[in-house]
Design a protein around this ligand. Structure first.
Ligand code: HEC
Length: 158
């Protein structure tokens, strides 16, 4: 009697474990299949803003970053300066301030300082320093985006 109960329970547990793992594998693969590359590139941003104008504004950061990278690879200080200046100016703009909490302001401030020192390094044609500052600035992009994503998760909306 005891033995059969144990066997039944063990089988039951095994069943649950198998079901859960099948479900996990299933959802992982269906996720792979259902997410087209377009959705993936959207995922990098903290959120897809409803506002097209704001999206375009935000996406200009990518253009500026690409210009900076191009300038660094070609040791073209003018191109680095152009991109860095765009980033500094953007981070001053009203549109940038989509949030008004202390943390967002702090991330914005750190980003701006970093972009500013990148600009200064480029003006001195110090390419090694500019390369390091560019990496630093890029890390600030990622840090702020991570923060914004985390806030969204905490609030439970996406
Ligand atoms: C201080 C915070 C902060 C920093 C720093 C920051 N971003 Fe963003 N970024 C945002 C926020 C907030 C949004 C989304 C706006 C929204 O969804 O309302 C965004 C959106 C974007 C988008 C998405 C636009 C779209 O298609 O929806 C891109 C691309 C982007 N940022 C690139 C960058 C790059 C590149 C950098 C660094 C050069 C950077 N960001 C630095 C806060 C930041």
């Amino acid at each position: 009697m005891w033995k059969t109960r144990r066997v039944v329970m063990t089988l039951g547990m095994l069943g649950i474990v198998t079901a859960v793992s099948i479900w996990e594998v299933g959802s992982a693969t269906s996720q792979d299949k259902t997410s087209p590359p377009k959705a993936d590139s959207k995922k990098k941003a903290p959120e897809a803003p409803q506002n097209v104008e704001l999206t375009n504004f935000m996406r200009k950061k990518l253009e500026a970053s690409a210009e900076i990278l191009e300038g660094l690879t070609a040791e073209d200080s003018k191109l680095i300066i152009k991109g860095a200046r765009a980033l500094v100016e953007m981070s001053n703009a009203e549109k940038w301030k989509v949030r008004n909490d202390v943390m967002y302001r702090q991330f914005s401030g750190e980003f701006q300082r970093s972009a500013q020192s990148l600009l200064e390094a480029a003006e001195k044609e110090n390419y090694d320093a500019a390369a390091l500052k560019w990496i630093d600035t890029t890390m600030k992009c990622l840090e702020c985006h991570k923060f914004v994503r985390g806030m969204r998760l905490a609030r439970g909306n996406s």
